[in-house]
Design a protein. Structure first.
Length: 297
């Protein structure tokens, strides 16, 4: 048995997708030939999963109700008594009308931030090689860390501008709710950009032309998209693929974005995802910077 606070925390942390509540006196109402009620509380963040869960639950409740009716009919066949039944009361949290746009538009926001920061970083640094300015930078007094920051910071700012623009369109045009902290969203995005900018920096070290860099980026993006939970629930993937998703930073960023937009949860709930992004981001940006430093050397 869970109280209201524990139930809310289970859904906020996405540990359960649906809760079943039996009202007080459920068994007594059935015995007393009254209609008994069951309440279903569904996490409507993923509208498709929520609709499927409600459909299955409705069929199960209906089957149980028919069974109760049949048993009571056999007992009270010769009595003029009202047959009991079970009435389903469903309620979706966070996405009350189970609208798919409330689920997908925050995902599109995360995906566009990923594409912008990853692609622009990889292309810009490779372009220095193509036009021959990389050799000039090697003989200049500029330090490798200064060159890296000079290239990455503008794309980080550009990605944050894209975040604000897309979020404004989602809220003002598509009426997507944003129930959580905007500052937390910006802060989590900055941490996430460590992974995408670092990955773009790494791609630039293994590519010789902009076309090669672009092809490398679009080689990684489908994998990140499919395994991040953007379009398909991670729980429906094969077990091996589910374990692999823990290495995909977009998975954690999507959980953060959707949690802030739809659930309105704070850092007390999202800190595991933020910590995972921070660890992956520092690792990626450090390894990419070391490799780039060696290439410059």
């Amino acid at each position: 048995m869970y109280n209201d606070k524990q139930e809310r925390e289970l859904i906020d942390r996405s540990r359960v997708n649906m809760l079943v509540r039996f009202n007080h006196g459920f068994g007594r109402d059935l015995e007393g030939n009254k209609g008994a009620q069951i309440q279903l509380i569904v996490d409507g963040t993923d509208s498709n999963t929520g609709a499927i869960a409600l459909s299955y639950a409705g069929k199960i409740i209906q089957k149980y109700s028919n069974s109760v009716l049949q048993n009571r009919a056999n007992i009270l066949l010769k009595q003029a008594a009202a047959f009991p039944s079970v009435e389903l009361k469903d309620r979706a949290w966070f996405n009350e009308n189970l609208e798919s746009r409330n689920y997908f538009i925050p995902g599109v926001l995360a995906l566009l931030v990923t594409i912008t920061s990853l692609l622009l970083t990889a292309l810009a640094i490779v372009r220095e090689k193509e036009i021959g300015t990389m050799e000039q930078l090697l003989v200049s007094p500029i330090k490798p860390i200064e060159f890296i920051l000079g290239k990455l910071v503008p794309f980080a700012v550009r990605s944050l501008i894209d975040l604000a623009f897309i979020a404004a369109i989602g809220v003002l045009w598509f009426k997507i709710p944003i129930r959580g902290s905007i500052l937390l969203l910006v802060g989590a995005t900055c941490i996430y950009l460590l992974t995408t900018l670092g990955a773009g920096l790494f791609i630039s070290t293994i590519s010789s032309t902009q076309q090669e860099a672009a092809m490398s980026v679009f080689l990684f993006l489908p994998v990140m998209n499919l395994l991040s939970g953007f379009a398909f629930p991670i729980t429906s993937m094969p077990q091996a693929a589910q374990y692999f998703t823990y290495l995909i930073p977009l998975r954690y960023y999507l959980e953060i974005v959707r949690g802030i937009f739809l659930k309105g949860v704070g850092i007390n709930i999202l800190w595991p995802q933020i910590l995972a992004l921070l660890v992956i981001g520092i690792s990626v940006i450090s390894l990419s910077s070391l490799r780039f430093h060696k290439r410059l050397g």
